[in-house]
Design a protein around this ligand. Structure first.
Ligand code: NAP
Length: 316
């Protein structure tokens, strides 16, 4: 049997993603072999493929590179001393972050410590969608120390990280405002947020007295959103390319501001999987592409207008 992977051997457009065949790897001590059902596509996969950002800089001499940080699937084999799971368990994880990745594979070996058990109450699709985006959302809100009753503005509430951030903020009993285009107004209102159409007028014309800004857009949208903040507001800006500029501007205006790099924490994924299993968290899946349509999956993320998450079906 072969292991088909999606790899890049040079940085560039979506067409640089090609199928390659390798042997199915053997799990080393403390590792398990996962037969991957679904891998999710994140903006960092797309940026790194294009040669942009820190992960691309670090990996430039180590191509080919197999993208993919989010996987769900089934345990196929156990390495020595791997004892958390048994063969046949369903698992999900945020793997090989930030440099190694490797999730766009039909089979991948992963340290068992990077994985969470997926119960029968959760689909493997939802489980693959959660790790990177969900932990980004949870960690951004926790870095901002959002509290009950506070007013939070989440830029890009309809996106992969955003739709989960909106739900976590609502669970904190905060007053949640979010920006989106017209197509997502109803969706976000149904989740329970006050949705503001950023195409109609800048959010700063519509909102004030915001205690916490969670910026998932960066650039000019974030600079405009700073005008909505109350004294002593806190800002967490998530896109890394504009974080320094936005933090500087926010701090000049007297706010506390920080960028972030998401940190894989399997226990946090355990909690999110539990929330999904009991109906406290809803995962929005925009589309599931067969693995041989990965180029289209990357083009979809590049539109910048994906609602929820895009997945790759790694066994189709
Ligand atoms: N630092 C880290 O550790 C880290 C981790 C994860 C993600 N990120 C970064 O965070 C950003 C968000 O990630 P993601 O996975 O959520 O991306 P995503 O799923 O691709 O976001 C797409 C969403 O962005 C919305 N959007 C686009 N332009 C907008 C604007 N001007 N104002 C408001 N919403 C807008 C779109 O909504 P409409 O269609 O309604 O416009 C769409 O739903 C990306 O830049 C990503 O690279 C950083």
């Amino acid at each position: 049997m072969e292991n088909t992977q999606i790899a890049i051997s040079s940085f560039g457009g979506p067409e640089t993603l090609v199928m390659q065949s390798t042997e199915i790897p053997t799990p080393q001590t403390g590792e398990v072999l996962v037969k991957v059902a679904f891998a999710s596509v994140n903006p960092i996969d797309v940026k790194t493929r294009a040669g942009l950002g820190w992960a691309a800089e670090q990996n430039k001499d180590q191509l080919p590179w197999v993208p993919g940080y989010d996987i769900s699937g089934k345990i196929e084999a156990l390495g020595e001393q791997a004892q958390r799971f048994v063969v046949g368990d369903n698992v999900a994880g945020f793997i090989g972050f930030p440099l190694q990745a490797g999730g766009y594979s039909q089979y991948v070996c992963v340290p068992e410590s990077e994985l969470s058990l997926v119960s029968d109450a959760i689909t493997l699709e939802a489980a693959a969608a959660l790790p990177l985006a969900g932990q980004t959302a949870a960690q951004a809100l926790s870095n901002a120390e959002l509290k009950e009753g506070e007013r939070v503005l989440i830029l890009a509430g309809a996106g992969g990280a955003g739709h989960l951030a909106v739900q976590f903020a609502l669970a904190t009993k905060a007053e949640v405002y979010t920006t989106c285009s017209e197509a997502n107004l109803d969706y976000l209102a149904t989740l329970g947020a006050h949705a503001i159409n950023y195409n109609f007028e800048p959010v700063s014309q519509r909102l004030n007295q915001v205690d916490v800004l969670i910026d998932l857009v960066g650039g000019d949208a974030a600079l405009d959103a700073l005008k909505c903040l109350s004294d002593n507001a806190r800002v967490v800006t998530v896109p890394t390319n504009t974080a320094e500029m936005i933090c500087e501007k926010a701090q000049m205006l007297g706010f506390s501001a920080t960028g972030m790099l998401v940190d894989p924490q399997p226990e946090q994924l355990d909690t999110m999987l539990y929330m999904v299993s009991v109906g406290l968290l809803k995962v929005e899946i925009f589309n599931i592409f067969p693995m041989n349509q990965v180029v289209d999956a990357h083009k979809q993320i590049e539109t910048g207008h994906t609602r929820g998450k895009v997945l790759l079906d790694m066994q189709s």
